[in-house]
Design a protein around this ligand. Structure first.
Ligand SMILES: O=C(O)CCC(=O)C(=O)O
Length: 259
C-alpha cells in the first residue's frame, strides 16, 4: 500500500501537486496499455480530438461513468481513491476518466489552463476538485510531458477563453504572473502518479519525438461540492473503492494474448 503521509499532505497543499512513484506496477500499466491497443476497447470507443492553438490534434478519450473495464478498476483502485480522499480531506465522487493519447510525431499540445477553468463553466460551486495523472509511457520533456507552475493553485481561478478547441488561461495575465512561480517539468516513469489540484496551472507541448506519451487522468469532485448545471453531470455518490488486485483481473488470458 502506498498511502500519503501528513507531511505529503502539507507539501501538496503548499505546491498544488505531489508525485507518487510506482503507484501502479509494470503489470498493471501493461494491462492498461493493452486496452488502449484493443480496437474494440473503451479508449477507441470514446476517442475524440481537440485542436490546440496551432491546429494540431490532441487526442483524448473521455467518459463520465464507471463501467466494467480496466479504467474503472484503476479509477476505483484503493491506491487512487484513498490517496485522493487523504489529499482532498473528505470523501469524493468520481467525475470522469480520460486517456490522453499524445502519439509519436503527431500529438498536439495542451494549452496553459487550470482544470477548474473548464469545470467552473460546468457549474461546480467550489474548486474542491482534483485529478490523478497516471503515466503509462515514460513522460519526458522530449515527448511533451506535463509542466506545472508550482504553487499556482493559490492564485484562485483565472479567466479562461477558447484556444483552438481547448479552454486556455488568459495568456496576458499568465505572462505577467509566471515569473512568481517555479515551472516544474513533470518527467515520469510508467506507473508513477501525479496528484494535482484543480487550480494548478499546467500545460504540455506537442510530441515531436518518436515515442508515444500516453496517460490516464482520473478526476474527482469533493462530496461537499454541489454542481448547479446539468452539463457533464458528476455523480453525488461516494466513489466506490475496489480491491488491490482489481486491475490484474483484466489481464488478457494467454490464449487471447496469442501467447
Ligand atoms: O495530457 C496532457 O498533456 C495535458 C492534459 C490536461 O492538461 C488536462 O487534461 O487537463
Amino acid at each position: 500500500m502506498k498511502y500519503l503521509s501528513e507531511e505529503d499532505v502539507v507539501n501538496y497543499k503548499r505546491d498544488g501537486f505531489i508525485f507518487v512513484k510506482d503507484l501502479f506496477s509494470p503489470e498493471e500499466v501493461q494491462i492498461m496499455l493493452e486496452d488502449i491497443e484493443n480496437e474494440g476497447g473503451a479508449v477507441n470507443h470514446y476517442l475524440n480530438a481537440r485542436l490546440d492553438g496551432s491546429g494540431r490534434r490532441a487526442k483524448i478519450s473521455i467518459w463520465h461513468s464507471l463501467n466494467n473495464d480496466v479504467w474503472a478498476a484503476a479509477s476505483t483502485h484503493p491506491r487512487i481513491v484513498n490517496n485522493i480522499r487523504i489529499l482532498q480531506g473528505e470523501d469524493v465522487a468520481f467525475f470522469h476518466g480520460k486517456v490522453m493519447l499524445k502519439e509519436a510525431q503527431s500529438g498536439g499540445a495542451w494549452e496553459w489552463h487550470q482544470d477548474y477553468g473548464y469545470w467552473y463553466d460546468q457549474g461546480f460551486v467550489f474548486p474542491r476538485m482534483m485529478s490523478a495523472f497516471v503515466a503509462l509511457d515514460p513522460a519526458t520533456a522530449e515527448n511533451g510531458c506535463l509542466r506545472v507552475l508550482k504553487g499556482s493553485h493559490k492564485l484562485g481561478r483565472l479567466t479562461h477563453g477558447a484556444v483552438g478547441d481547448q479552454t486556455g488561461a488568459d495568456m496576458e495575465r499568465l505572462n505577467q504572473i509566471s515569473q512568481y512561480f517555479e515551472e516544474v517539468t513533470c518527467e515520469m516513469t510508467p506507473g508513477t502518479v501525479l496528484f494535482f489540484d484543480s487550480l494548478l496551472l499546467h500545460t504540455s507541448a506537442p510530441n515531436n519525438s518518436d515515442y508515444h506519451r500516453r496517460s490516464f487522468i482520473i478526476c474527482f469532485n469533493a462530496l461537499s461540492n454541489p454542481q448547479f448545471r446539468k452539463k457533464k453531470l458528476c455523480s453525488l455518490d461516494p466513489c466506490p473503492v475496489g480491491t488491490e488486485d482489481s486491475i490484474l483481473k483484466f489481464a488478457l488470458q494467454p490464449e487471447v494474448a496469442g501467447v
